[in-house]
Design a protein around this ligand. Structure first.
Ligand code: DX5
Ligand code: ZN
Length: 230
């Protein structure tokens, strides 16, 4: 199935990536279709290994189940200590973007492996990691994912310290002259989305705000329409 969403996006609008971590897995297919019809751009899949973060979530099989069933590009966020072990299984399962953490092991080798498999590359930083940690990897990146909560769980509140970090990452990307997408992940809702966008985000992940809503499609639209308060 041809993906309607590409990495990086070419249409200049903010991309929204609902995170299935907060979806009702009993009816995941329906939930994905609802957000797809409501205008989601990517689908965010949070992968946790119980070491890098104190939680477990999805493996490659869920990506395989989604691949070919949705037009949304599959944005896979690897919150794992040893990303090299998991890149090939997720690439083969159909990931369109694989994001590894700057705090994980073998980062440069992991990014090289993702590229070699023809998948877009992402690098994520936790809220307390210096923004400059992305600098050694800029040439290997399609996307930087700034965490605006401590990784591991959905439904947390956006950390105000993330604003400065988004701004700094935006500057570093712009100075590099490279076209690298800046995605923000954690605590995004109709109130915090405009703050993240004003700080420089191109793409937003939203889990709880979309899938814990009685009407995920409407929640997604509200995030897209939210404007900064002046
Ligand atoms: C947190 C995950 C996030 C999370 C976002 O570890 O990386 O993607 O699902 O969920 P909300 O939007 O609920 O903060
Ligand atoms: Zn995530």
């Amino acid at each position: 199935m041809k993906k309607t969403s590409q990495f990086p996006c070419v249409n200049g609008k903010i991309s929204i990536a609902p995170s299935i971590l907060s979806a009702d897995l009993f009816c995941l297919g329906e939930e994905v279709k609802r957000v797809e019809h409501a205008g989601a751009d990517w689908l965010h899949v949070d992968v946790m290994d119980g070491h890098f973060v104190p939680n477990l979530s999805f493996g490659p099989s869920i990506v395989r189940s989604l691949n070919g069933k949705t037009n949304l590009a599959l944005d896979v966020h690897l919150m794992v200590e040893r990303p090299l072990l998991f890149i090939e299984p997720f690439a083969k399962a159909g990931a369109d973007l694989l994001t590894v953490h700057a705090e994980a092991k073998d980062v440069s080798a992991a990014l090289a492996k993702i590229q070699a498999l023809g998948v877009k590359t992402g690098l994520s930083i936790k809220p307390d990691t210096p923004a400059t940690s992305i600098l050694p990897y800029l040439e290997q990146l399609d996307l930087v994912l700034v965490m605006s909560v401590q990784p591991g769980f959905g439904g947390q509140s956006f950390l105000p310290q993330a604003i400065k970090q988004i701004q700094t990452v935006r500057q570093l990307i712009d100075r590099s002259g490279r076209k690298i997408w800046l995605e923000v992940d954690g605590g995004i809702n109709a109130t915090t989305a405009p703050v993240a966008v004003a700080a420089g985000a191109d793409a937003l992940v939203a889990g709880n705000a979309i899938f814990s809503s009685a009407d995920p499609a409407e929640a997604l639209k509200q995030i897209r329409q939210a404007k900064p308060e002046i």
